[in-house]
Design a protein around this ligand. Sequence first.
Ligand SMILES: *Cc1c(COP(=O)(O)O)cnc(C)c1O
Length: 371
Amino acid sequence: MPRPIHAVIHQPALANNLDVVRRCAPQSRAWAVVKANAYGHGIRRAFAGLRAADGFGLLDLNEAVLMRELGWQGPILLLEGFFQPQDVPLLEQYRLTTSVHCEEQLRMLEVARPKGPLAIQLKLNTGMNRLGFRPDQYRAAWERARTLSCVGSIVHMTHFSDADSARGIAHQLAVFDATTANLPGEASLSNSAATLWHPQAHRAWVRPGVVLYGGSPTGHAADVASFGLQPAMSLHSELISVQDLQPGDTVGYGSLFKAERPMRIGVVACGYADGYPRHAAGWGDKPAPVLVDGVRTRLVGRVSMDMICVDLTPCPKARVGSAVTLWGQGLPIDDVAEASGTVGYELMCALAPRVPVTVATLTAPEQQALA
Ligand SMILES: *Cc1c(COP(=O)(O)O)cnc(C)c1O
């Protein structure tokens, strides 16, 4: 028997979450962002659930090639563009839309002189200060791109730093609108947070990522509870041992949890080598939640490489073999992330290769409806 841990990728949840995006931004086309191997879900597994998207956004040329091998004929956007001169011919070969965010990329296009026509998304740095031309350089960059014979279309693109928080997007949107005023071309601005909460930034294209997987852009599950998102990844395991503790007994490395009363704990086949966050709290008043036989309980002690321990007080019938849900299906991944000082994004992406994955597929009629 294999170790009982396994993950499930839920294709119907992906399709549902894309529908949620459609309802939030009905006038926009949607790039489904599938970078980082579809946020840890696996591009191959996620594709069937997301194929009703208008395009796919990703980072890695290999991921783009994989999308073509899976049969995707529509647009693919390289969110960071290309990295080397030798990447330029691949843009044509695989019909990739590319972000162009810096002088060096413009120069590579000028030197390589591909035949085209290439679709590019020219990136404006409106305040994130990561990628993009500064506002005072943007129009000159746009002129240069426009005069390249290989460039067929130019979309104006930017990225928000605070669409998920009180600071909001107004300051960046003002820079964007002032800088692109009177320039022809569509716009692409909104990540998941702006897609949910800032309709004034939807424009021609939205670029949702984490909400497609059922995660919250803010890291707090409650913030997206009203949208009808469903978890696209669930992580499951079983109890492999049960211990009875006496008052004063401690649990795990560092003895960070100490029993104050007699209690039963269960040992779960899941640890940080599976992608469960080592910083999840198993002590204090905000411990990480875990479901045992569907009952919400708490982590006790420090997460080890291959095991965690859980309090069985609320589930007295639990025994070796009882089902454990680490996240998804009744336990938002962001709740676990919050108790670990991070966001659901990181936990999804960190699912370890040693965890076996199964896919909950769409029914044949559902697949046909999306194809
Ligand atoms: C990752 C990414 C997104 C998606 O972000 P989410 O917060 O997951 O929606 C959108 N645009 C760009 C440029 C990105 O890199």
